[in-house]
Design a protein around this ligand. Structure first.
Ligand SMILES: [Fe+2]
Ligand SMILES: [Fe+2]
Length: 450
């Protein structure tokens, strides 16, 4: 494994490909959905002879196509009274542009845990907004995805491909009902690649080809369908999708346009994914950025150098990335959680660890991100570590996380006033929380720095 000191030799695409596994979770898709979609889309792009600039724009559109996916998770869970992962997963295999299919899909998806009365009531409320609900959910996802792509400095071609990837050739798609050549070419490729991958992963290559063929001229541009089917017939597109294809994806980026994982790009990736993480639930609005700011302020107060401050910022921005793997039906639950649900919540730091440990340039922030709910006396989770195991950056991050969280509303309580927050830090300092970090926090609060 290359070390962090070599991080500029890492391609930025390898970072985004690794982080895309978090987006797969949000969409309820099997691991690798994004990278396999990228392989399919880039194969089409190469076969139709796209220029290097357009292939570069397509490449990043395919890797970031689901960047807006968390923005409709809360709405999805509330609307369907269901686990957002299940609803999103089944949505991808439904031909929702046909109203009877959309109605059937809604009837099957609402209130899976509820009794017949609850299902009927929820179906009634969804049916009142059909078919507009499909447009609404897609619009939220695509617009947010495009915004995040712009935030990362990618071109309008990339942002436009993401914004329009659910438009259909016959005008029946969303969000704008664009038709034929009105749909940007890169968006047409992304839409086809996405659907082909979903059916390939769920049912295998034959079904994927059948669905794409059946939606020729309805969902997909006929020329692209022909290229895709010819490639599926004579090429080895499906064989190449097995296993970890990150390396193969990396080689598909036009060489002259390759982007590397510079510290500045890693900052941008961390900031962009913080937006994705915080958008998952209305209760975590700007939480990741808040934790990053507090962690950096405490660390600076303690005399950390520039590289460590950068690490603390990135760790603060990404510490809760594992929450993307927790259903909104648990995250936003107003009433008290069952033991099983609480156990699920407690897995999110481990999920953060698993996602971030795939990204070698983030190797120095993995442990501290995974430790942000650990306490000095061993009462934290998920590993029950103690003061002996927790380094100073981890301890600071825990204090920063608690400080920001206590000041925000949660489904089960209102935001606490600052005086009460500081009392809690006094009560837990030394036993559960690092006394030096708490002292630094208190000083910064008293000076109005945070
Ligand atoms: Fe957390
Ligand atoms: Fe947090």
């Amino acid at each position: 494994m290359r070390s962090k000191t070599d991080r500029e030799t890492f391609k930025f695409s390898e970072v985004l490909a690794a982080l895309s596994h978090a987006l797969d979770m949000v969409e309820g898709q099997p691991e690798g959905h994004v990278v396999r979609s990228c392989y399919i889309g880039m194969t089409i792009g190469e076969r139709i002879g796209l220029s290097e600039d357009l292939r570069s724009a397509l490449f990043y559109a395919l890797l970031l196509k689901d960047a807006g996916c968390s923005a409709n998770s809360f709405r999805t869970a509330v609307l369907f009274d269901a686990d957002d992962f299940g609803v999103k997963r089944s949505f991808k295999t439904v031909d929702w542009s046909r109203l009877p299919n959309a109605v059937l899909y809604a009837a099957r998806s609402v209130s899976p845990q509820g009794n017949a009365w609850a299902k009927a009531r929820q179906f009634f409320s969804v049916s009142k907004v059909l078919p507009d609900v499909g447009r609404e959910l897609i619009q939220i996802r695509c617009e947010r995805g495009a915004e995040i792509t712009r935030l990362m400095g990618f071109s309008e071609e990339t942002a436009g491909a993401i914004r329009n990837l659910d438009e259909h050739w016959d005008g029946g798609g969303h969000p704008d009902g664009l038709k034929g050549d009105e749909i940007p070419l890169l968006a047409r490729i992304c839409g086809l690649a996405q659907t082909a991958e979903v059916f390939y992963s769920a049912y295998g290559p034959e079904r994927a080809e059948k669905v794409v063929r059946a939606r020729r001229k309805r969902w997909f541009a006929p020329d692209l369908v022909d290229v895709f089917l010819a490639e599926a017939r004579v090429g080895n597109i499906w064989e190449n999708l097995h296993g970890d294809i990150t390396g193969a994806i990396s080689r598909m980026e036009p060489e002259d346009r390759s982007l590397f994982a510079t510290p500045e790009r890693l900052d941008l990736a961390a900031f962009a994914f913080a937006q994705i993480i915080d958008a998952k639930s209305p209760f975590t609005f700007q939480h990741s950025e808040g934790v990053a700011n507090v962690a950096v302020a405490i660390s600076a107060h303690m005399g950390f150098g520039p590289e460590e401050l950068r690490n603390q910022r990135q760790a603060g921005l990404l510490h809760d990335i594992g929450k993307l793997g927790i259903s909104n039906s648990i995250l936003d639950k107003g009433s008290s959680l069952t033991d099983e649900e609480f156990a699920k919540i407690k897995t999110h730091p481990q999920l953060s660890y698993e996602i971030l440990s795939r990204v070698p340039p983030f190797e120095s922030i993995v442990e501290r991100a995974a430790n942000h709910h650990e306490k000095l006396d061993g009462s934290g989770y998920p590993r029950g570590l103690t003061g002996e195991d927790l380094d100073l950056p981890s301890r600071i991050l825990t204090v920063a996380d608690i400080y920001d969280a206590l000041g925000q509303d949660r489904p089960y309580r209102k935001a606490l006033p600052k005086e009460r927050v500081m009392e809690i830090f006094d009560e837990e300092s030394a036993t559960k929380l690092c006394p030096e970090s708490v002292a630094a926090l208190k000083e910064l609060v008293s000076k109005g720095v945070i």
